[in-house]
Design a protein around this ligand. Structure first.
Ligand SMILES: NC(=O)c1ccc[n+]([C@@H]2O[C@H](COP(=O)([O-])OP(=O)(O)OC[C@H]3O[C@@H](n4cnc5c(N)ncnc54)[C@H](O)[C@@H]3O)[C@@H](O)[C@H]2O)c1
Ligand SMILES: O=C(O)C[C@H](O)C(=O)O
Length: 307
């Protein structure tokens, strides 16, 4: 049986565990530093198994030794932002947590694939890579798939059409500088630019960039977790089932897109070995300069961390 460890049993972590259990593809262990929290939530999810029809094992623990043998470790441990905060405001706290988490992954699950979720996503992914010294195919971050799903959901609302017909693509850092790509976003294969005017596209792009903050503004005391956990689950499934699915994710770049020594959102092919390929898209000058700007913002953050 496959095994997935989810670090952090807060909103994103616990919802991810529920979604993974319902997918019935791996035993899941949930880890948190708060005593009783992962144990209680895991038991609750396990007791839904007879109703929902899954028969994987779901456990909760405060002991990192229990992640041993995990194929994938999903890292959601860390604080979430509140209204008025940027994701980058979380860096000082979350970098320390990430370091502790990564030391434990290195110790107990040295052969695993790490999917980071904790914000600020691209800097945390870079830190996880440096801290574990794993090969770059085994450490990447979830963000672009979430941002693309948001973009797709807004396109569907605007067009009054099925979300199933939409393929949307968002690259760059998971922050205000993210780069939604209308030219690579289609409805039944038709580029967005043939279906709506520039003003409408700009409005949807703007809403996509601010989608995380829009939810934080409503919730007041935390950030999104239903769509994030859905994106994590799709990516875990792609790896465990070796589907070679192409999704945007934060990957370490070694010359791709003209970028070096950075984790940034780009299209990747996911399979049993993690990031099996980075897909280089042909971009317009405008898109290239937006991606460059986004990379500079991420690099500024990376320059402030000590790992
Ligand atoms: N990448 C994305 O697209 C994306 C999407 C949503 C949320 N996030 C980020 O994910 C993180 C978690 O969000 P959330 O809503 O689940 O927060 P949350 O506060 O609900 O849960 C975080 C959990 O992490 C735990 N934790 C803290 N330190 C730990 C450690 N050393 N080991 C294990 N567990 C530890 C906390 O006890 C808490 O239960 C935040 O940083 C948030 O910004 C990222
Ligand atoms: O917005 C946040 O802080 C959480 C997450 O990055 C999101 O996009 O929902």
């Amino acid at each position: 049986m496959n095994k997935v460890a989810v670090i952090g049993s807060g909103n994103v972590g616990a919802t991810t565990v529920q979604r993974l259990a319902e997918l019935n593809i791996a035993d899941v262990v949930m880890v948190d530093i708060v005593e009783g929290l992962p144990q209680g939530k895991a038991l609750d999810i396990l007791q839904a198994a007879p109703l929902m029809g899954y028969d994987v094992d779901v456990t909760g623990t405060n002991d990192y030794a229990d992640i041993a043998g995990s194929d994938i470790v999903v890292v959601t441990a860390g604080i979430a932002r509140k209204p008025g905060m940027d994701r980058s405001d979380l860096l000082a706290t979350n970098i320390k947590i990430t370091q502790q988490v990564c030391e434990n992954i290195q110790k107990y699950a040295p052969d695993s694939i790490i999917m980071t979720v904790t914000n600020p996503l691209d800097i945390i992914t870079y830190a996880a890579l440096r801290c574990t010294q794993f090969d770059r195919n085994r450490v990447f971050g979830m963000s672009g798939l979430l941002d693309s799903s948001r973009f797709a959901s807004f396109i569907a609302k605007e067009m009054n059409c099925s979300v199933r017909d939409i393929n949307a693509m968002v690259l760059g850092g998971h922050g205000d500088s993210m780069v939604p790509l209308p030219e690579y976003s289609t409805v039944s294969g038709i580029p967005l630019s043939r279906l709506m005017d520039g003003e409408t596209i700009n409005r949807i792009v703007e809403r996509t960039v601010n989608a995380g903050a829009e939810i934080v503004g409503h919730l007041k005391n935390g950030s999104a977790f239903y769509a994030p956990s859905a994106a994590i689950t799709i990516m875990v499934e792609a790896i465990l089932n070796d589907t070679k699915k192409i999704v945007p994710a934060s990957a370490f770049l070694n010359g791709e897109y003209g970028q070096h020594d950075i984790c940034l959102g780009v299209p990747v092919k996911l399979g049993r070995n993690g990031v099996e390929e980075i897909i280089e898209l042909e971009l317009t000058d405008e898109e290239t300069s937006a991606l460059q700007k986004s990379a500079e913002t991420v690099k500024e953050g990376i320059a402030t961390i000590r790992i």
